[in-house]
Design a protein around this ligand. Structure first.
Ligand code: GDP
Ligand code: MN
Length: 381
């Protein structure tokens, strides 16, 4: 789960990271009032779950409260990378002498949190990583001991020469590590971490992603979820207890079990197709989920075919068949459906489907090839 910059900043501030004062506004008038309270120059910043806001015009300096209002009225309602802006953060502006990057990600390869820091921070960090990787220091952390002070100094010295700034940066690394661990984050980053002309080290942007599977342990973090900032189909799926991830292809997949879902996506690719999603209806045959799945998938207009791939173990395939019949009666499908069922109560399931005008097969290769052909607009093989 991603949270907004202003929420991430609240978490980091609580850990002692120096961050300019700021408040959130949903209207231009509120933005003006906040700018008046803060006084002086402010920055108005779009709160959306995507990077590159600066480049998209979603981060602007304002010299006066009335200018903050004008800018807020332009940024609110703007679309950045497909996401609508409903909130802006109005925060005290800082003078910038230099911009650095500081981040922690959970790294699968080392199975550790890995610090990544670079003195070349700011809006072009992706380019730095691609073109001049030597400007980035990576440091895996052993969670049994945590970030040690000598490591925090090493990270600080990679960013700055001046001992005072190194100390300030090291302290920020310690705080960032604490915030990362306490929130069960998969990512925590500050970009830019700036040095002001007077030598202060400040965090001007913050991003934290929390591991979805850890949210049960963090009701306070779970409450930060902003559904208006998320992909609508993923919100719908989550509220139906389906594991769903939207992808860019056109073969909609409904599968039981994450492993089979991955195998299905692989097979779709193998036969030349592109999966439109990952969708796991889970191990049991909850008919409600079977009914909801096609609705969520067909909400994506690029989907050209629905592929059901069900392996019946605990899942009873006749329950799934009944779910498909109920779902399509309630909402007739406008696109073809390809069904593959095998396992528990397979004969009963096949009869239910054929009695209701569907065809189904028990062969996974055959079903996937058929779905891929239909998605390409061709005849089923
Ligand atoms: P992002 O583009 O979504 O990562 O948004 P950021 O919050 O990182 O802002 C983008 C850029 O705007 C930063 O790299 C800074 O160069 C600039 N910026 C942000 N806050 C301030 C500020 O307080 N003062 C000044 N002068 N520039 C700022
Ligand atoms: Mn940034």
């Amino acid at each position: 789960m991603n949270i907004h910059e202003y929420q991430a900043k609240d978490i980091l501030r609580a850990e002692g990271v120096p961050i300019p004062a700021g408040e959130v506004a949903t209207t231009p008038e509120q933005a003006e009032a906040i700018a008046t309270r803060i006084g002086g120059m402010v920055v108005v910043k779009a709160q959306v779950h995507t990077g590159g806001r600066g480049k998209a015009g979603g981060v602007k300096l304002a010299k006066s409260p009335s200018e903050a209002r004008e800018i807020a009225s332009r940024i609110l309602g703007m679309t950045i990378n497909g996401l609508t802006v409903y909130k802006v953060l109005v925060t005290a502006a800082a003078d910038i002498a230099s911009e650095a990057y500081v981040g922690i990600i959970l790294d699968r390869a080392t199975r550790k949190p890995v610090f990544m820091v670079s003195p070349a921070g700011g809006i072009d960090i992706e380019e730095v990583a691609a073109k001049t990787p030597e400007k980035i220091l990576k440091l895996p952390i052993d969670t049994r001991y945590g970030l040690q002070p000598y490591q925090a100094s090493e990270l600080g010295f990679f960013l700055f020469d001046d001992v005072k700034k190194v100390r300030a940066a090291s302290k920020i690394m310690m705080s960032l590590y604490q915030a990362f661990m306490k929130s069960d984050a998969s990512l925590a980053e500050i970009n830019p971490l700036v040095v002001t002309p007077s030598g202060e080290v400040l965090a001007l942007d913050a991003k934290i992603s929390v591991d979805d599977n850890a949210l049960d342990r963090h009701p306070d973090l779970a409450a930060l979820r902003d559904e208006t900032a998320e992909e609508p189909s993923e919100v719908d799926a989550r509220n139906s207890n389906l594991t769903f991830i939207k992808l860019d292809g056109n073969v909609g997949c409904v599968v039981n079990g994450a492993g089979l879902a991955m195998a299905t996506m692989d097979l779709v690719k193998y036969y030349g197709g592109e999966p439109a999603n990952f969708l796991d209806i889970g191990g049991s045959s909850n008919p409600e989920k079977v009914v909801k799945a096609p609705r969520i998938i067909t909400g994506d207009s690029s989907v050209k075919v629905i592929l059901f791939n069900i392996f019946g173990g605990i899942t009873r395939t006749d329950d799934v068949a009944n779910g498909i019949v109920t779902a399509t009666k309630a909402n007739p499908l406008k696109i073809p459906i390809v069904i593959r069922l095998t396992g528990t109560n397979e004969e009963i399931a096949m009869k239910i489907l054929t009695d209701n005008g569907f065809s189904a097969s028990s062969d996974m290769d055959e079903a996937v090839q058929k779905a891929v052909a239909l998605a390409k607009g061709g005849k089923a093989a």
